[in-house]
Design a protein around this ligand. Structure first.
Ligand code: C5P
Length: 229
C-alpha cells in the first residue's frame, strides 16, 4: 500500500522494547508541540482485547474483526478500551508478549496501517514503534532508530514496572525481552530494523536528556526552517 506524502512533518522513532522510545517520543513531542502516536499501544490493545474475549490467536478473522471494532481513546495520558481504563493492564510484560504475537500476523498489521497513518496532523507527528520509518511512514522527514543492550533495557523496564506498582523480576525480564526481540526482528512481515535513512542512536550509556538533545539536533538538521519555541 502506498502512502502519499503530506506536508505535515513526521518524526519516526523505532527500536526494540525498552530502548526508551516511548519516553523520548513523549519528551520530543512535548518540546516540538507535535502530536504523538504510540503504535505499540495499538498492538497491545489488540492482544489484550482478544485475550479478554477469549479469542484464539489462530482465529485470524475473529482477531481482525475484533481489532477493527475496538473503541480506543488516548486521553490525558490514559488509554481507554471500550470505555474501560486499561492504561496499566496493557503495560504488563504478558500484554507485551501477546502484543508481539498478534503483531506477527500480517492481517493485523494491515488493518492497523491506515489507523496509524490517520494520526498525522499539523503541526507534526512523533510516531514510535518498530516499523514507523520502514513501513508506516516511509517518507517521514526524520527517522531515528533507538537501540540499547538487552541488559540495560531490562533494567529500565524493571524500574518502570516497579514505579507503576506492577511486579517484576529482572532475570525474567532479560529473558522476556530477548524472546520478544527475537520474534520482532525475525518475523516475516515488517520486522524490527532500522530504515536505511534512519539515524541510529545507542542509548545504553546515555541519560534521557542527552538522547532528547541528540534527537532534537537531528530534527533541526533535517528541518532547518522549523521554529522550535
Ligand atoms: O512498543 P511496545 O513494547 O509497546 O510494543 C509492544 C509490541 O507490539 C512489540 O513487542 C511489537 O511486537 C509490537 N509492535 C509492532 N510494531 C509497532 C509497534 C509495536 O510490531 N510499530
Amino acid at each position: 500500500m502506498s502512502h502519499s506524502p503530506s506536508t505535515t512533518p513526521v518524526l519516526t522513532i523505532d527500536g526494540p522494547s525498552g530502548s526508551g522510545k516511548g519516553t523520548i517520543a513523549a519528551l520530543v513531542a512535548e518540546r516540538l508541540g507535535w502530536h504523538i502516536l504510540d503504535s505499540g499501544a495499538l498492538y497491545r490493545l489488540s492482544g489484550y482485547s482478544a485475550i479478554k474475549k477469549n479469542i484464539d490467536f489462530s482465529d485470524i478473522e475473529e482477531l481482525v474483526n475484533n481489532t477493527l471494532n475496538m473503541s480506543v481513546r488516548f486521553e490525558s495520558g490514559r488509554i481507554w478500551l471500550d470505555d474501560e481504563d486499561v492504561s496499566l493492564e496493557i503495560r504488563t510484560e504478558s500484554a507485551g508478549n501477546n502484543a508481539s504475537k498478534v503483531a506477527a500476523i500480517p492481517e493485523i498489521r494491515s488493518c492497523l496501517l491506515q489507523w496509524q497513518r490517520d494520526y498525522v496532523k499539523a503541526p507534526g507527528l512523533v510516531a514510535d514503534g518498530r516499523d514507523m520509518g520502514t513501513v508506516v511512514f516511509p517518507e517521514a522527514d526524520i527517522k531515528i532508530f533507538l537501540d540499547a543492550s538487552a541488559e540495560v533495557r531490562a533494567e529500565r523496564r524493571y524500574k518502570q514496572l516497579i514505579e507503576k506498582g506492577l511486579s517484576a523480576n529482572l532475570a525474567h525480564l532479560v529473558e522476556e525481552i530477548r524472546e520478544r526481540d527475537d520474534r520482532d526482528r525475525n518475523r516475516t512481515v515488517a520486522p524490527l530494523c532500522a530504515a536505511d535513512d534512519a539515524v541510529v542512536i545507542d542509548s545504553s550509556d546515555m541519560a534521557i536528556e542527552s538522547v532528547k538533545k541528540q534527537v532534537l539536533e537531528v530534527v533541526k538538521l533535517r528541518l532547518p526552517d522549523l521554529v522550535i519555541a
